[in-house]
Design a binder for this molecule. Sequence first.
Ligand SMILES: [Zn+2]
Length: 92
Amino acid sequence: MSSLRNGNGHRAYRRKQAQLKRRTARESLACAWCGAPIDTTLPATHPMSFTADHPDAVVHGGHLVKQELAPMHRRCNSSKGDSAPVEIWEAS
Ligand SMILES: [Zn+2]
């Protein structure tokens, strides 16, 4: 289940992340969570910086291709996690 977090799986995961970051910059891909563009030049500590996540973990949309990583803002990526504040999803 969490095999992506270690060993070869993790290395492949990091490589896919780097590939996706290049593709996000080249094709101006939008955040899979909020749909807004991502500035891949922002520092990794910036809340709107690029992160990549597995669509399996994406509950918003559900149309993403399996086994592809999805680009997300750091803020959005953490907002769907269980350890982050979720106050921006109070709307609707
Ligand atoms: Zn976003």
